[in-house]
Ligand binder design. Structure first.
Ligand SMILES: [Zn+2]
Ligand SMILES: [Zn+2]
Length: 223
């Protein structure tokens, strides 16, 4: 058990203890309890975007076709955007994105007889943020939250003695904590975009370096 910045962190050592603890806590009326799912349940899926158009095939049929093409069956398929245009393929997290892409590249079978199969790794939209729909904090999702259902706005009493509704997070009027115009919300999106850009720059630099290295190796071979 750890006490940090006003939070108490409890790490139960088995599932039964965890379930017991959560049941106790839920009935205890605490303001905010966050319990992320056990790591084993949290294996993130490997996401690949399929850009081949489909014509009314069911997601099951698409999954079977993908399995026939690359030998790995997606765990789930979700349509993205307009019907039949783009699909998100969710593979078991134990398969690396790079390996799946390689399998697609090597596949001799064409997806539903299409001339080519268009796939790319899924890129997380940095404007998409996780906000708990229960307590409106940004560090966890509703599924991990064992707190009470809160309102995006809270009522406070002003120094003048009147009451007013303000945002739960920034304490300003005119909006709720789930509104994208909230300064706290904006700050978190800005930070995510910044992190995504830094990651992209790093990746580009890495590619550039490997191209240079390859060229140098070739030169050395010629000499
Ligand atoms: Zn929450
Ligand atoms: Zn706000």
């Amino acid at each position: 058990m750890n006490v940090m910045r006003g939070q108490i962190k409890i790490s139960p050592n088995n599932m039964a203890a965890r379930v017991n603890l959560l049941t106790e806590i839920e009935s205890g009326g605490f303001t905010r309890v966050i319990a992320p799912k056990p790591k084993a349940d949290r294996q993130p899926a490997t996401k690949i975007v399929l850009k081949n158009e489909t014509y009314g095939e069911s997601t099951d049929a698409i999954a079977d076709e993908i399995a026939d093409c690359i030998g790995i069956k997606p765990k789930a398929i979700k349509p993205l955007g307009r019907a039949g245009k783009i699909h998100l393929l969710l593979f078991d997290g134990t398969h690396k994105s790079r390996d799946i892409m390689e399998n697609f590249k090597r596949s001799e079978r064409k997806f539903f007889c299409a001339p080519s199969i268009k796939v790319e790794p899924f890129r997380e939209n940095p404007k998409h943020i996780i906000q708990c729909k229960k307590c409106y904090a940004f560090d966890h999702s509703k599924q991990s939250c064992y707190g009470k259902q809160e309102e995006p706005q809270i009522i406070i009493t002003t120094p003048e003695g009147t009451t007013t509704k303000v945002c739960r997070n920034c304490k300003e009027e005119d909006h709720g904590a789930n509104n994208a115009s909230c300064p706290v919300f904006k700050k978190i999106i800005a930070r995510q975009i910044e992190q995504a850009e830094a990651k992209q720059t790093k990746k580009e630099e890495r590619i550039k370096r490997s191209v240079v290295r390859e060229r140098e190796n070739k030169m050395a071979a010629v000499v």
